[in-house]
Design a protein around this ligand. Sequence first.
Ligand code: ADP
Ligand code: ZN
Length: 217
Amino acid sequence: MLNIILMGPPGAGKGTIAKKIVDAFELPHISTGDMFREAISQGTPLGLQAKAIIEAGNLVPDELTIELVKERLLKDDCASGYLLDGFPRTIPQAEALKALGPSIGRPVNLVVDITVPDEELLSRIAGRRVCPKCGASFHVVNMKPRLDGICDRCGSTLIQRKDDNADSFKVRLENYYKSTQPLVDFYKAEGLYHHFDGMVGHIALFEEVSKLLKESK
Ligand code: ADP
Ligand code: ZN
């Protein structure tokens, strides 16, 4: 069973590798960032609460985020594995998941952490363009779409995320070091932690991660 957490700083390439993993291993992709963006674009009550917080680069309150993930993990499609992308991001979220997972027979059994040096993160974020429809990510220099400004997967017009600017990025990175990095020790203590270097390029990275997932299946 693959019940995976994917973690790493903003811009490390979580979304890109997540898409490859879920396609190859046939897992539901649970991206809290995508779920919040979807709620914002649909104007749901959750979206209205989260919009300003996310655009400024801050973390959505734990209670809201935990509730969202809880509902999602209970769905049938998570019975034979899942990939959590962007959750947990705080110790209280990790504690909540540690209580929930086993109680529903779906405990996390693998944590994949991808790291990239800070200097590289900002240039990845600044050049990132995303598909508002299918969530695919591109980069204006490093990972160009086949046609400028058009999603390779679904043909939609690419956009720049509102939180992909220098000010919000700074806040996101500070929050990452303050709130999310402590999860490394948390998951090392659980014996679930695996580290990968996000600088090797997305093809090599996917090969390395795939190897671990095949061994753990
Ligand atoms: P990135 O990893 O590039 O920062 P995500 O798409 O994962 O982007 O998340 C975008 C934003 O959504 C975050 O900056 C935060 O505001 C909110 N968010 C996503 N996941 C969580 C979470 N687990 N807890 C709190 N806020 C979250
Ligand atoms: Zn698309």
